[in-house]
Write a protein that binds this ligand. Structure first.
Ligand SMILES: [Zn+2]
Length: 300
């Protein structure tokens, strides 16, 4: 579907007045309304066209046009019939489809690389993990493995007829999210590694948005948006493997901190005369409660 079809003349501007706008304005309004309807059905679950009209404030003609486009794009589907009342013919309900749109998440950790893909409705499409000793490998080799994993997964999504909407890579380290660079990941031995650049130069499609972030931050976000902490706007998520990490959701938003390194609890010094830490300092909390420290303590 080309851009001109987005420039719908039937979409009534919502909240932007009815004066004749430029095509660019109409495209923006149309996109905004498509997004509004899609989000509404996604959050509310199955519902009728008339319920969407009532609840979004858009008129029924506009809803019919918007829903038609969302169906054509494979984002909404009809299910039913839904019996809204005892009078009249039962209508088909709208539900999120999204089977042709996928999101891909990857994790690089000390001893594995994992890939996980879902469609827009949250159905798991791919869930795979390979053992890989990132701790003892050069960053370039780890990135090669990551790129291979992404390439293979994208090919599998292609075969399923799924268009990729975004790639997110979780790394256990301090991340400059604006440039997609791992500033330092002590347990991987990475310093100043631009994961985003590596993916782009390896041929990952440039039109697919790429996000690189700290693993604990992303885990906190996942639990808040669809996991055990669903809808809990203020929470702290702790991870404890070889590294000790923490993600903070405050007021429903991921807390990044002034430098983007909020929640790095594993590297808070609790014993200045303690064991050396992978970060270059000594006596970090991670050296006391991280998996490696616990194994050391438990074995003679
Ligand atoms: Zn440390």
């Amino acid at each position: 579907m080309d851009r001109s079809q987005l420039d719908g003349r039937t979409g009534e501007p919502r909240g932007l007045g009815r004066s004749a706008g430029t095509p660019a304005d109409q495209t923006t309004v149309r996109r905004s309304n498509l997004s509004l309807v899609l989000r509404h059905v996604s959050e509310r679950g199955q519902c009728s066209r008339s319920a969407v009209a009532t609840e979004t404030g858009l008129n029924k003609t506009t809803i019919t046009s918007l829903v038609g486009e969302l169906q054509a794009r494979g984002l909404l589907k009809e299910v039913g019939p839904q019996h809204a009342g005892s009078v009249g013919r039962p209508s088909l309900a709208l539900a999120l489809d999204g089977s042709r749109i996928g999101a891909l998440g990857l994790e690089v950790n000390v001893d594995y690389i994992a890939a996980f893909a879902t469609d827009l409705a949250g159905r798991v499409l791919i869930d795979r993990r390979i053992g890989f000793d990132a701790m003892r490998s050069e960053p370039g080799r780890s990135l090669d493995k990551l790129v291979q994993m992404i390439g293979r997964t994208i090919a599998d999504l292609d075969a399923l007829g799924v268009t990729l909407a975004g790639i997110t890579v979780a790394v256990p380290g301090l991340i400059d999210t604006s440039s997609g660079t791992v500033v330092v990941a002590p347990n991987l031995g990475w310093q100043g590694v631009s994961v985003a650049d590596a993916l782009l130069s390896a041929g990952i499609p440039a039109d697919v948005p790429i996000t690189i972030d700290n693993d604990a931050n992303l885990a906190a976000l996942a639990e808040y948006t669809s996991g055990v902490a669903l809808g809990t706007p203020d929470l702290i998520y702790l991870t404890g493997e070889v590294g000790v990490g923490c993600g903070i959701i405050s007021g429903g938003r991921l807390l990044n901190g002034a430098d983007g390194f909020a929640g790095e609890l594993g590297h808070v010094v609790v014993d200045p005369s303690g064991e050396p830490c992978g970060c270059g300092r000594a006596g970090c909390w991670e050296t006391k409660v991280g998996l490696a420290a616990l194994v050391r303590m438990a074995t003679p």
